[in-house]
Design a protein around this ligand. Structure first.
Ligand code: ZN
Ligand code: ZN
Length: 182
């Protein structure tokens, strides 16, 4: 059984410890021990979720060329459609299905799939007059709010739910007529 082991993070150069039970877990799932410290690994995982860094890029829906805002940088080789077209029946996601090739690495194929299947510019489900919001559900007359659900007439903030007629909120629920609530 492996003992705990001190390591130097290959990213930030800080010391971290891999415990003996961690080694057992890595053996069990057949992966090598990490070379990055837990904090750097967490940052790398969280990079996947871009809530509020917005980029201008061209809509790539068939016959479209308008400029849209998106959470995906134009420098990335991705296919991004505007929100309304992506949610429409103008394209069919199953057309992008193909068989898994067991002779090639999984992540190479996953990346290719991710680059090919059209992505929606913002993850904004059922917005009414709330186009500039991301990771949101059921918004009406909202502007630049993120990670938020069930709001009306709320602008600027994140992690807001069941609120209305408010500005500059953060981690707030059931607010009404509020400003700068944290
Ligand atoms: Zn580190
Ligand atoms: Zn478009």
């Amino acid at each position: 059984m492996a003992n705990s082991e001190g390591k130097t993070c290959q990213n930030c150069r800080n010391q971290f410890t891999i415990e003996s039970e961690d080694f057992r877990f890595y053996e069990k799932i057949k992966v090598p021990p990490p070379t990055w410290c837990p904090e750097c690994r967490l940052q790398r995982r969280m990079m996947w979720r871009n809530e509020r860094t917005l980029y201008k890029r061209k809509c790539q829906a068939p016959g479209h060329s308008e400029e849209i805002l998106s959470i995906y940088s134009p420098a990335l080789s991705l296919t991004v459609y505007d929100h309304d077209f992506w949610w429409s029946d103008g394209w069919h996601p199953l057309e992008y299905g193909h068989n898994y090739d067991f002779s090639r690495p999984f992540f190479e194929q996953l990346r290719k799939l991710f680059e090919t299947v059209p992505l929606v510019n913002f993850y904004n489900t059922n917005p009414q007059n709330s186009n500039y919001c991301n990771h949101t559900v059921d918004l009406k007359d909202c502007y630049l709010i993120f990670g938020s659900i069930f709001n009306e007439n709320v602008s600027y903030g994140s992690d807001i739910s069941y609120s209305r007629d408010s500005l500059d909120l953060y981690m707030s629920e059931k607010m009404e007529g509020c400003y700068f609530n944290l």
